[in-house]
Design a protein around this ligand. Structure first.
Ligand SMILES: O=C(CO)[C@H](O)[C@H](O)COP(=O)(O)O
Length: 276
């Protein structure tokens, strides 16, 4: 687990006792996996552990925000499984992307929209970066706009991630902080975004589709994404977010500030629940 000064809380065991990975609550000390000769878990197994723990908060009858990405996909899988075995009923999912919509539909999860269900009980989603204040960078999966709309409409928002996502300051992972922009004169905005964060050694790049072509990546909303790469972390996320949003042609940015209710992190030493 990264050596950040975080506050962890957890009231209940996080996974069944038989699970080889030892669990940590606020008062329990984790045992070393090595000393138990337990297998080292893969990143996907860690994501699944975090996802399964988050789904414990889901109750029948809830309206749920369904996140996007590889970790959120484990959440959707688990929901589908619980529905199919009758352990959950009457949930309604509000998907944050076409991908998630397709996955949820394939698992027979009833779906709706924010228009029809403007009040969501609980959203569960992954993140690209999590800082000690539970502020996030999201959107490397390209779904930041719908994610932000759905998660802002949720009474609770649980983030699920493996411990590679922990950072001491947002932008500090050296990976992309996405900004969704209209495609009209995207270069103009790319240059302006890079200029805005010149002091942080920011490099801005248009996201490419990644399908072998050099075509731009197009979001579910028909927009482009400018990815910002920082040499130094962002000091004041709120100020940064405000300045980005003030730019004409910017649709949304990947800073999710003050939105997460809790973050479930799975790492080599256990699963931890971070709350403010
Ligand atoms: O914001 C997102 C998609 O827009 C994802 O939640 C984020 O990129 C994390 O993805 P993963 O769980 O695959 O690491």
């Amino acid at each position: 687990m990264a050596s950040l000064s975080l506050r962890f809380t957890s009231a209940t065991p996080l996974v069944p006792r038989a699970t080889p990975l030892n669990l940590r609550t606020r008062t329990q000390k984790p045992l070393s996996i090595r000393s138990q000769s337990a297998p080292v878990l893969s990143q996907d197994e860690l994501k699944k552990l975090a996802a399964d723990k988050a789904v414990e908060s889901v109750k029948s009858g809830m309206v749920l925000g369904l996140g996007t990405g590889s970790t959120a996909a484990f959440v959707v899988d688990k929901l589908g499984q619980l529905l199919s075995t009758g352990q959950l009923s009457n949930i309604i999912g509000i998907p944050t992307s076409k991908r998630t919509q397709e996955q949820a539909a394939s698992l027979n999860i009833p779906l709706s929209t924010l228009d029809l269900h403007p009040h969501i009980d609980l959203a569960i989603d992954g993140a690209d970066e999590v800082d000690p204040n539970l502020d996030l960078v999201k959107g490397r999966g390209g779904a930041l706009l719908r994610e932000k709309m759905v998660e802002a409409a949720s009474s609770s928002f649980i983030v699920v991630a493996d411990d590679s996502k922990l950072v001491s300051g947002l932008g500090g992972s050296g990976l992309a902080m996405p900004v969704e922009v209209v495609h009209f004169c995207w270069k103009y905005n790319l240059v302006r975004l890079q200029g805005l964060f010149k002091g942080l050694g920011c490099e801005a790049k248009l996201r490419i589709a990644g399908d072998g072509s050099e075509k731009p990546y197009v979001t579910d909303n028909g927009n482009y994404i400018v990815d910002l790469y920082f040499k130094n972390p962002i000091n004041d996320g709120f100020a940064a977010g405000k300045e980005i949003s003030a730019m004409e042609g910017v649709v949304e940015h990947g800073l999710f500030l003050g939105m997460a209710t809790s973050v479930i992190i799975a790492g080599k030493t256990g699963v931890e629940v971070m709350t403010k």
